[in-house]
Design a binder for this molecule. Structure first.
Ligand code: UD1
Length: 431
């Protein structure tokens, strides 16, 4: 079992480069199946969720090669299966995008229910409703396999009852080769939805309106291969922004789209942190304790739920009392228990946390309960006095590319230990 250790207290200083967006690449990799051709995907983050998705593409018959560290060459002309088993999907939420792509390519799909982070009930009723409106028959078999018969996909009007990123993406994937016009209303507007639409259009699709709440897709007969570069990861960038603020550091965060970070920037400015925006980078600096502020998470362009644990961690050491309301997921405050072990003063009631800022957190052994909970533990450990050890870091590896190397390059005293069954020796690693 690997763990991350941090001797906290060093202000982060220097420059860091953000990797490609996890939630974009996890939609775009399965979408390559629609090309039946060669695609070259650049700016691919080196994270375990990508490894899992690449493995699934291999198992379905695709030829996938890394041309360099961050560029994948994917030939999907040889894909010959529409079955994705539980063993293939259990590590990852985004495996459900294979339903949309496989029905578009083969007219049928048999895909096991997805795995991924557990923050409350994660239904997929809106995905299923979309597939059915497009003419599919969907059945859930006894062994939790979703079986979809979609031999006559045809366009239709899909009104999503909740704003869902996953359902919007899956409906786009299923509609792209369906006969006629599909309109998705109340669509999600996240940057990775726009990125997927741009990718599909580069392959010859006809999609308009991505990034607004009405997306129109006119089905085309065939798509083709293309070269495409993934957008920068909004949440990785936001995590480094908050870490810079929490450690009273000064960090230039490169390879970002500042527009995607506006809701995070606005909250940090409200907390008294200095944020300077440039074309494709952002400077975050602070030399004093953050001020309190209230945060409510909402679908884009609201404050992202995937930044809620990191922001709550900053507010845990801010001056004053903040209220954090979770507006997307039912159960996304599990990680607070870990922050309490580090001396935070937070009271959770349902989907609201009351955060009484304390002067200082102290290091402690903690656990990453999910991916962004893991990011919160990193920020807490970096800002705390003393040593923090984080277990369950497989979650962090799912979505952060070389997170230890990146924080170390900013001056953090952070290292990984593969402790199998050895006793833990807490020590400070010297550079
Ligand atoms: C994606 C992200 C996840 C992020 C979330 C919200 C990926 C791989 N994951 O998850 O990191 O936290 O967007 O920004 O991109 N809902 C339904 N029925 C459905 C689908 C969703 O009721 O069929 C509800 C969910 O319970 C939740 C809300 O809609 O309350 C938003 O979920 P959704 O946007 O679908 O999240 P994911 O796509 O699973």
């Amino acid at each position: 079992m690997e763990r991350i250790f941090i001797n906290g207290g060093n202000p982060l200083k220097g420059e860091v480069t953000i990797s490609g967006a996890k939630n974009a690449v996890l939609a775009i990799l399965p979408a390559t199946i629609l090309a039946q051709d060669m695609c070259v995907i650049e700016n691919v983050p080196r994270i375990s969720d990508v490894e899992h998705m690449v493995r699934i593409l291999h198992q379905l018959g695709a030829r996938v090669n890394y041309i360099n560290d961050t560029t994948l060459e994917i030939d999907t002309s040889s894909v010959n299966s529409y079955v994705v088993t539980h063993d293939m999907t259990k590590h990852m939420r985004a495996s459900y995008y294979l339903i949309g792509t496989l029905i578009s390519r083969f007219g049928r799909a048999k895909v096991a229910m997805p795995g991924g982070c557990n923050f409350g009930v994660r239904p997929i009723d809106q995905h299923i409703k979309g597939f059915e409106i497009l003419g599919s028959e969907v059945n859930l078999s006894e062994n939790a396999m979703i079986e979809v018969d979609a031999t006559k996909l045809a366009g239709g009007l899909i009104y999503l009852d909740v704003v869902s990123v996953g359902a919007t993406i899956n409906c786009m994937l299923a509609a792209v080769r369906a006969k006629g016009l599909t309109v998705i209303e109340n669509a999600a507007k996240e940057p990775h939805i726009v990125d997927l639409a741009n990718f599909l259009n580069s392959m010859g699709a006809d999609i308009r309106g991505a990034g607004t709440d009405v997306i129109k897709i006119r089905g085309v007969d065939r798509l083709h291969g293309c070269s495409y570069s993934i957008i920068p990861d909004q949440i990785e960038a936001g995590t480094f922004m908050v870490a810079a603020a929490a450690t009273k550091g000064s960090v230039l965060i490169k390879n970002v789209t500042p527009k995607h970070l506006e809701s995070i920037t606005a909250k940090l400015i409200q907390c008294g942190i200095t944020v300077e925006e440039y074309d494709d980078s952002i400077l975050v600096k602070s030399d004093k304790r953050a001020k309190r502020c209230n945060v409510k998470t909402m679908p884009h362009p609201g404050f992202p739920t995937d930044m809620q644990p990191q922001m709550t961690t900053l507010l845990a050491i801010a001056d004053g009392t903040s209220i954090v309301s979770e507006g997307v997921w039912d159960n996304r405050f599990q990680y607070v228990e870990q922050l309490l072990r580090m001396g935070a003063n937070i009271n959770v009631s349902g989907k609201t946390a009351t955060v009484e800022g304390v002067e200082q957190l102290h290091g402690a052994p903690v656990r990453a309960d999910d991916l962004r909970a893991g990011a919160a533990m990193l920020i807490a450990g970096l800002a705390a006095k003393g040593t923090t050890s984080i277990e369950n870091i497989v979650y962090i590896d799912r979505g952060y590319d070389d997170v230890v190397g990146k924080f170390k390059s900013l001056g953090a005293d952070i290292w990984r230990v593969d402790d199998e069954d050895k006793p833990t020796v807490v020590k400070t690693e010297t550079a």
